[in-house]
Write a protein that binds this ligand. Structure first.
Ligand code: PBG
Length: 341
């Protein structure tokens, strides 16, 4: 019964494949390069950086080895390095002094707050690099939520007014792209109106169109100091991570309100969303490889469980394959260095 003769397939491989052999083009490095469909270049990168007050300060984020909170003077130095590496743009996230945080996040309306000071300083020193700023309230509120908290509810419309006003201040400081991450309804249209009314027609909007309620933001909250403040979760305003049709509706709405570019966040666990949105809307599409994704690769690499550099490059190329035009990633300077050499 179990003789080798009985186990031998009745057809030859050529009969099975019809002589089509996909391994032919995989046989050598030159042929693999020749048929490679997607490529990662430095032009695909947006580098998120964390800011703190003070001078010559550089604090490592514990859950993100190799990522630092930088004072504005050092952020300018990193911006210079990024520009030399050819990285197109930086995205800045402030760790605001605890004493400046309140229920409504009012510090976001200070024209000289940390984020706006950093934008001015970077633009003065490195005008050729793009600056992306987040108009969300979470770094500025005493409760770590992205909106104004009123009797246990994140109130939508008041938050939108404040976010739109903050966007104008960020544009005035020199921000090139406003990227609101708060997921309030109507924020894109309100920001567009406010920017246009203030004469900032050329400032673009990258909508965090599909921001999912996610555990992968953990290390970011340590980085900007909302970890100990945040009570509850963000499920009343971020998208349920079980949903995909809702992500399409949210994106449709944001584009109708005037978004120039869209973003999917988190990244790697949501590549199905990236592909769906790219196919559906054909607009500039980005993904945010978030703090938890960075931390996972770094932790496994530090333990010797995988090759960190290879995992980094593979994860970033996966974004391109899924349809991304670019990626926000904490790996940006490392990848840029590697792609250069
Ligand atoms: C909130 C915001 C988050 C991130 C950036 N801005 C999520 C959150 O704290 O809920 C996450 C970025 C990351 O994890 O790298 N507006």
């Amino acid at each position: 019964m179990n003789s080798p003769a009985r186990l031998k397939p009745s057809r030859t491989v050529d009969e099975i494949t019809g002589s089509r052999r996909l391994r032919r083009m995989r046989k050598a490095d030159w042929s693999r390069r020749l048929v490679q469909e997607n490529r990662l270049t430095v032009d695909d990168l947006i580098w998120p950086i964390f800011l703190i007050d003070g001078e010559n300060r550089r604090e490592e984020v514990a859950a993100m080895p190799g990522v630092f909170r930088l004072s504005v003077d050092l952020a300018v130095k990193e911006a210079e390095r990024a520009a030399k590496l050819g990285i197109p743009a930086l995205a800045t996230f402030p760790n605001v002094d605890l004493g400046l945080r309140d229920r409504t996040g009012s510090e976001i309306l200070n024209p000289d707050n940390l984020i706006n000071r950093a934008t001015r300083a970077i633009k003065a020193a490195v005008p050729e690099i793009g600056i992306v700023t987040d108009a969300a309230l979470d770094p500025f509120t005493s409760h770590g939520h992205d909106g104004i908290l009123d009797n246990g509810i994140i109130v939508n419309d008041e938050t939108v007014d404040q976010v739109a006003a903050a966007a104008v201040l960020q544009a005035a400081a020199g921000s090139d792209i406003i990227a609101p991450s708060d997921m309030m309804d109507g924020r894109i249209g309100a920001i567009r109106d406010a920017l246009d009314a203030a004469g900032f027609q050329d400032v673009a909007i990258m909508s965090y169109a599909t921001k999912f309620a996610s555990a992968f933001y953990g290390p970011y909250r340590e980085a900007i100091g909302t970890q100990g403040l945040l009570k509850g979760d963000k499920k009343t305003y971020y998208i349920d991570h079980a949903n995909s049709d809702e992500a399409v509706r949210e994106t449709e709405q944001d584009l109708a309100e005037g978004a120039d570019m869209i973003m999917v966040k988190p990244g790697l666990p949501y590549l199905d969303i990236v592909r769906r949105l790219k196919d559906e809307f054909r607009v500039p599409t980005f993904a945010y490889q978030v703090s938890g994704e960075y931390a996972m690769i770094e932790a496994a690499s530090a333990n010797g469980w995988l090759d960190g550099e290879k995992a980094m490059l593979e994860s970033l190329l996966a974004f391109k394959r899924a349809g991304c035009d670019g990626i926000l990633t904490y790996f940006a300077p490392r990848v840029a260095e590697m792609l250069r050499s």
